[in-house]
Design a protein around this ligand. Structure first.
Ligand code: HGY
Ligand code: MN
Ligand code: MN
Length: 403
């Protein structure tokens, strides 16, 4: 099978797990669709000669033995956002499956052992935790971070994990990845605007995510004069306006997103009493990100006082920017040059499992363009010719690492 046929074959299979009516997928950690996708992946990797094994939490590993037990690993996350695309994460697994099987077909048994990794969860879309898969691979996942968390329907993380037969790993139980390469869609529009098919990644942006709750006072919309109100939405909207405008004026690479909001009682003739919302802010420079979040917390406190409401915020994700391994960057760049593809040296504005691995093993990332820069959206798409180019770069890089 040619690479394009292989892409179509595997994308068709895995996009069916969590498939949505209008296209795209929702495939959340410890749901049945998530589990069925992993079980089908296990079947498909065994078909082409991989040995397969699950770890305690649901990461799936496909192994092709080499002459030595040094590892060369590739892969990405199997989970998605709500109403997301079928390339974010999934393409990294499909690409690794194609590249490794094609290398073994062409060159036989590798010197080093190939490891394809399907990571259980990266997005943080069902439960307020992120990188659950990759943190467990590296033995840095903390039981206390998830032991009491629930999804928006009140389902407990631990119940859902156990329901599918998974359980906690021993802390500090680190799996050997050797060297790790992740291919991923850019999820932005830089490569498309530059008309370049490949991105060679130098660093992954830093991220801070908050859950915030404003407690005002629900009251009658008709009889409560404006001066007597403790309006949670008004305070929220002042925070949103100020934070977005501050991000715009601070730096082109600073991004701030209010992605989720919940109003209580959310009723037409009641002054909103409670507003619960999320904040996601990012920058590739640690200092700029820290200064912005310090300013943000101060302004949230000041706005709450002015509006006579209470505010409570929890910084539940605080991920510093992470540089990729210099030798891995050079190796990927060399592979791209040998294939004579145009490319851009760039940082990643999205978070990835590679940022967890990069603190422990030599790690590199390859990007392919996203049409219109669209991602985390059912219309997420990449030209198959770019997917194919990306797999060729991955294949050449894995060859240099493993043969
Ligand atoms: O949000 C992110 O950056 C990643 O897609 N999880
Ligand atoms: Mn994502
Ligand atoms: Mn992703």
């Amino acid at each position: 099978m040619q690479i394009r046929e292989q892409i179509e074959y595997y994308q068709k299979i895995f996009s069916s797990f969590g498939a949505l009516e209008g296209g795209g997928i929702t495939r959340l950690l410890y749901t049945d669709q998530w589990y069925e996708a992993l079980k089908r992946l296990e079947l498909e990797i065994k078909k082409v000669g991989f040995k397969s094994e699950f770890d305690n939490v649901g990461n799936l590993f496909g192994i092709i033995e080499g002459y030595s037990n040094e590892f060369v690993s590739t892969g990405s996350h199997i989970d998605s956002v709500v109403e997301g695309g079928n390339l974010d994460g999934q393409f990294g697994i499909v690409a690794g499956l194609i590249a490794i099987q094609n290398l073994v077909k062409k060159y036989g048994k590798p010197q080093k052992t190939f490891q394809l990794v399907a990571l259980a969860e990266e997005e943080g879309s069902r439960f307020p935790t992120v990188f659950w898969g990759s943190k467990n691979v590296m033995g840095i996942a903390k039981k206390q971070d998830v032991i009491n968390i629930k999804d928006k329907n009140g389902k407990k993380f631990t119940d859902e994990m156990k329901r599918l037969g998974f359980k906690f790993k021993e802390e500090n139980d680190r799996r050997n990845l050797g060297k790790f390469v992740e291919i991923h869609i850019e999820q932005g529009n830089l490569l498309e605007n530059l008309n370049k098919p490949i991105g060679v990644i130098t660093a992954i942006t830093g991220q801070k995510r908050y859950d915030v709750k404003i407690q005002g006072q629900a009251n009658h919309a008709g009889t409560t004069r404006m001066c007597y109100r403790k309006d949670a939405i008004y305070a929220y909207s002042c925070i949103v306006k100020e934070a977005i405008e501050k991000a715009v004026e601070t730096d082109d690479l600073l991004v701030c997103t209010f992605g989720r909001v919940n109003i209580i009682p959310n009723t037409v003739n009641v002054v909103p009493g409670v507003c619960e919302f999320s904040i996601d802010c990012r920058h590739p420079d640690k200092k700029i990100l820290a200064e912005f979040s310090k300013w943000l917390e101060r302004r949230m406190d000041e706005i709450a006082i002015k509006h006579k409401v209470d505010i409570d915020y929890k910084l539940w994700m605080d991920q510093e920017p992470v540089p990729m391994d210099k030798e891995m960057i050079d190796l990927i760049e060399k592979s791209v040059k040998e294939l004579e593809f145009d490319y851009e040296i760039m940082h990643s504005g999205a978070g990835h499992d590679s940022q967890i691995f990069a603190e422990f093993v030599p790690t590199g990332m390859i990007f392919v363009p996203s049409i219109g820069g669209i991602s985390h959206n059912i219309h997420e798409k990449t030209d198959i010719s770019d997917l194919e180019k990306g797999i060729k770069v991955l294949e050449k890089t894995l060859y240099k690492l493993a043969y």
